[in-house]
Design a protein around this ligand. Structure first.
Ligand code: BES
Ligand code: MN
Ligand code: MN
Length: 462
């Protein structure tokens, strides 16, 4: 019987080609023009699960995009691993910044990835990482190494808020019963510095609309005498941070879980190169909340950011106009124990309260979710740690992540199980950006590491 390494070596070209085929499908959940492709993607994932060894698969219809379910039960008395991932991707725009088309995957060699990286939208987030689990299952089934039961739940609405999954999880608690949830949809510190994500931030995403006059006005005739909604919106947004970059919304920090001195010291030990961090994204200095390090600012601290702002005239040339309306999309990343409904409410009330007379303000919540922290002293974490030790020869570093996978907190609430976030992506993968890519070695290392998690988790659960 062979280990995963030998099996991967024999099959790596096929593993790569299969992933490239998935990456050709533009399964963009945010854009309804691609709904046919999203549905096609769901069918393709179902076939892949079947081919890898799931004995039962199903496309579960929802009010939105379907959830692909698969399972292989070998013995009900053994533990069950539930794998979650998503088959939808972010829109690829701006298209002109891609060096190769987003849905025509190619392998390119880079300094960081001398053995190549797969360039395509979804390569790292999350098709590549999701597919590692499918290929790990194939290895285990083909080599008689599957030590426990496995269930797969792959959704198509993660990038737009997982609305259908929320209902699905609440209605299918028995079917989804498991001992541990396993997700690869996060990153690791560096290619040779394995880490396990022990926390995710929550999210509150809102859209604001500021309305002034009932129509666009001549900016000479009316300028100076009427509130300009864009000027006002800019002022209101600027006032949401003080000079120390603290958020000024009353009550915003009330429930924020502060870390102990020891926890912060442990965090500071993780390797971090500020210069490399700045260079990689082309900035000369970092910026953020006073009193916190870069790694704290982007993981254990809440934030408020404008994601987009528009209104008035943005076409070619100049048009002299005081616009009737101004808009912005604003996201707040939250940390344990902030509640996203409460924060949305606090934001909404505060934002309306700071609007001057002469404009009206509308706040529309989009979606959100709670943050998550996982302990490191339980069998799930220890099994993951041992799996990385086996394949990387190093103990992985626990690391709080800054991104959000809102469904993880819901899994804990509805399914009473913990999640292990075994991510193999890198910050430099450019997820959600042009030229997203996933290192070939990262992909193969993931496929190699996952089966050991199953083995150790099953052994340690006895
Ligand atoms: N995979 C990401 C989340 C992520 C990436 C977490 C890297 C940690 C490290 C996920 O697909 C994502 O993009 N989530 C969204 C939230 C969602 C509600 C749209 C996010 O974080 O913006
Ligand atoms: Mn993702
Ligand atoms: Mn994403």
């Amino acid at each position: 019987m062979q280990g995963p390494k030998a099996y991967i070596e024999q099959n790596k070209d096929r593993f790569l080609n299969e992933l490239m085929d998935l990456l050709k499908i533009p399964s963009i959940s945010a854009d309804s023009a691609f709904s046919h492709d999203v549905l096609h993607m769901a069918e393709t994932v179902e076939e892949a699960l079947k081919a890898a060894g799931c004995t039962h698969t199903e496309i579960c219809e929802t009010d939105g995009y379907p959830i692909v379910y698969g399972e292989r039960t070998i013995d009900p008395s053994l533990p069950t691993v539930l794998v979650y991932g998503h088959y939808d991707v972010q829109p690829p725009d701006p298209l002109n910044l891609w060096t190769s088309p987003p849905f025509e995957p190619v392998v390119k060699k880079t300094n960081l990835h001398p053995n190549g990286a797969i360039y395509a939208r979804g390569a790292s987030d999350d098709k590549g990482q999701m597919y590692m689990h499918v290929k790990a299952l194939e290895y285990m089934v083909q080599n008689d190494k599957l030590p426990c039961n496995v269930k797969f739940m792959i959704e198509g609405e993660e990038e737009v808020g997982s609305n259908s999954l929320v209902t699905f999880v609440k209605e299918n608690q028995e079917r989804l019963a498991n001992d541990i949830i396993l997700i690869s949809d996060t990153g690791m510190i560096a290619k040779d510095v394995p880490s396990i994500t022990t926390g995710l931030r929550g999210l509150s995403y809102v859209e604001v609309e500021v309305t002034g006059p009932n129509r666009d006005l001549h900016s000479g005739l009316y300028g100076g005498a009427v509130a300009n909604p864009i000027n006002i919106l800019a002022k209101m947004i600027a006032s949401l941070h003080d000079e120390n970059n603290h958020i000024t919304i009353p009550g915003f920090y009330d429930k924020v879980q502060e870390l102990s001195k020891e926890e912060r010291e442990a965090m500071a030990k993780a390797p971090f190169d500020l210069k490399a961090y700045q260079d990689e994204i082309g900035i000369e200095a970092v910026y953020g909340e006073k009193g916190y390090t870069t790694n704290e600012r982007n993981s254990i601290r809440p934030t408020l950011d404008v994601n987009g702002i528009w209104g008035g005239y943005t076409g070619e040339g100049a048009k002299t106009v005081i616009p009737s309306k101004a808009y912005a999309k604003i996201s707040m990343r939250l940390v344990p124990n902030q509640d996203w409904h409460e924060i949305t409410e606090l934001f909404s009330n505060h934002f309306k309260s700071i609007a001057p007379k002469g404009v009206t303000v509308k706040v529309t919540p989009h979606h959100g979710g709670q943050g998550y922290v996982t302990p490191i002293d339980f069998v799930g974490y220890r099994a993951a740690e041992k799996a990385y030790e086996k394949t990387f020869g190093k103990t992985p570093i626990p690391q709080r992540g800054g991104g959000s996978i809102p469904i993880v907190a819901l899994f804990e609430k509805e399914l009473q199980s913990k999640t292990i976030l075994m991510g193999f992506g890198l910050d430099s993968d450019s997820i959600h950006s042009p030229n997203e890519h996933f290192g070939v070695e990262n992909y193969l290392k993931g496929i190699e590491t996952i089966p050991y998690f199953y083995q150790y988790f099953t052994e340690m659960s006895k």
